[in-house]
Unconditional design. Sequence first.
Lengths: 224, 299
Amino acid sequence: MKFDLTEQGIRDLNRFLHSPHSKESVIEVENPSGSHNVAVGALQHSQVMVNGHVGYYCAAMNQHAEITVNGNAGPGLAENMMSGMVHVRGNASQYCGATAHGGLLVVEGNASSRCGISLKGMDIIVGGSIGHMSAFMAQTGRLVVCGDAAESMGDSIYEARIYVRGKVASLGTDCIEKPIEKEHLEELKELLDRAQFNHSATEFKRYGSARRLYNFDVDNARLY
Amino acid sequence: MCGIVGLYTKKPELQSSLGSLLSAMLAQMADRGPDSAGVAIYRDPVDEESIKVTLQGDQETDWLVIEKKITEGLDATAKISLIASHAVVSLSVDGDTATEWIDRNLDTIRMTSNGRFIEIFKEKGHPNKVIDSFSLQNMAGTHALGHTRMATESRVTTEHSHPFSTGMDLCLVHNGSLSNHNQLREKLSAEGIRFQTDNDSEVAAGYLTWRLKQGASLKEALEAALVDLDGFYTFAIGTKNGFAVLRDPIACKPAVLAETDDWVAMSSEYRSIAQLPGNKKAKVWEPNPATIYSWERES
């Protein structure tokens, strides 16, 4: 099945992805040319191959589908994804994976600022580096970064887990480095395997919440 | 929201299609900024002892009267070419004399640009309409910037449209909003910088004009802007032989850069770059926050 976006509209593509179709379907999308909302709200277990660069909100709200972008993605990639998988062969712009609840997002290149902001359960694996304010207020889910992280990573983080292989420019408020135990090495190895990245889990450091910010502290009772 | 685009040709063969390529890029940004549009195009330089200014009038403007006023007032030869509501006037006098005289004596006319290379055309209305009214598609040149505006901070008028001139052969287009523009405008006005509107982007342009007048290089002026301008911005700045791009440290306003052996392009979105020949083989990247990117040809 092929959708050439120079001839067919985004709505035609998305309407098809929302409608019942077989699990074995492979949908190829040609000439996206930076269009917005490519493959948004897919509801089936099909495979979608997007050949070219996409604009805003590609693969947002995805459920079940396996979406590959052979190119770069604009802002809001896989925003609020529920399940399934999104794989970008190039780079992703700001706030990829924002508020996403489930599934797996793999970015082979770099992801820019606010990657995984307010993450709610999805796993994100970035082959390159991530921009500033990534994983801001991330609640649950995992963010794996094979390169470096820019400023204020994990600011006001809740219970999401972050693994970074390279340098972290600075940590945000209440985000700290944490010891890596056996369970972390195991989950990290499993995530790297799923993304088919060859790094050893032992090369990574783990970061998470110091839990000083969001918990009620009895010492502060008189302030309320 | 606004859209900004820039295109810089590396090979002379591409210069004749600069206007049509920029038009295609700008049209893609129309829904980011449907209320007005403008372009700065660098072309047809006048000789070193002369200057050209772009003047913007209205339907009642009698350009023959204006031409006569200018030639008599400045005691200079003037070559005037009309392009829709604008006129490009080449004058055989030095830049400061010409701009000061025009500022003082032509009160119904606005000067949108001055320099040896630059011409600025801008108008309110849908970008496609603005592109057609100036026949931008037919313009040749070395490089150009464009802007589509969705007003957030001030009124929709031609004067509030971008690009804003920031001095001889310099201009600025802006996507974003500045929060300390009123305070800065007062400060810059006291330093002798003149403003035509209450627009925040014009203050950014005025700020660069002020820094450059003080002797700063463009790079130094932009570094100082990172400290003194408070707000959100992606700027593209046109210079006589190239252009520069700067995003604020928070970098929530989008920008994409792309380069091939034939051209360098910037846009708010990749959609514009997808209009350019050879885009599939271009190196495409997102500029980092608080980092100055610039391209210049040897003059």
